[in-house]
Design a protein around this ligand. Sequence first.
Ligand SMILES: [Mn+2]
Length: 322
Amino acid sequence: VTAREFRRAAKKAAQILGRADKILILSHTAPDGDTIGAAYALCSALQKMGKKARTECGDILPAKYEYLFSKVDFPAFEPELVVAVDVASKNLIGDALSGYQDRVALCIDHHPSNTFYAGFTLLDPDAAATCELIYYLLGILNVKIDRYIAECIYTGVATDTGCFRFSNTTPTTLRVAAEMIERGADSATINKILFDTVSRERLRLETLALETLEYHFGGAVAIVCVSLEMCKTAGVTETDLEGLPSLPIKIEGVAAGVTIKEKEDGVMKISLRTTGAVNASQVCASLGGGGHARAAGCQVEGTMQEAREKILEELSKYLGKK
Ligand SMILES: [Mn+2]
């Protein structure tokens, strides 16, 4: 989209929001800081405009975002407008809220994979986070960004850029973040909560996983394995597993970091992270999966050992001899 087309679409989105009085905002399942930050920032802003607004998510929100979700009260109402934020396809609304899947009148998103399931979609695939779009919309709606909204928006842009480290970080991202700090967002505290705190269970699991670490192709590939048994021993929950696939790619000299996670007996989930020449999406596509050039995944049947052989075989097409 051109900047002009985007501005026009943003005005239309602001009109849709401005016309409604009872607004429900939906986040995607397996909620992250962007979908939660966007939903709560928009909800709080609409309430400041004198509207009834509340948010819902098909999954329980991770406890670490409590500093966002514990601060807004929700009135009860039958929604006249359903909005989805950071939700690329309607199945990501989840089974628990499936009744809303075909009722989304407005979707605000930045995923290039958005399926245009909503009545109207405000999409900017160049934005690092949906929260950047929320910031822009609040400007059109003339809502003053207070400290709470600033912390919601900061959370979204920080989450989706890995605390401003990923290549999707743009000057706009940093300007939005800077303005949120000016408006009172406590960035140091939020960064500590989001990026520098691990649960004891997660640390225990990492210790167990690292015991399985193997190098191949002269150190260009690192593989770690996570069995159900290890998860049980460590006592981890689903949220504790978030970001685990970025563990092996951190190692110096590694071009492809592989994490093999036992989903159930005989079903292995392979997560691949790459730098440089290896296209993760292509490698995983040949095993029936998909994703992005630097981060992709697939699911294979068999034992852990068989999954390791399969992914090494695919990687050998790029890296030569094991
Ligand atoms: Mn996002």
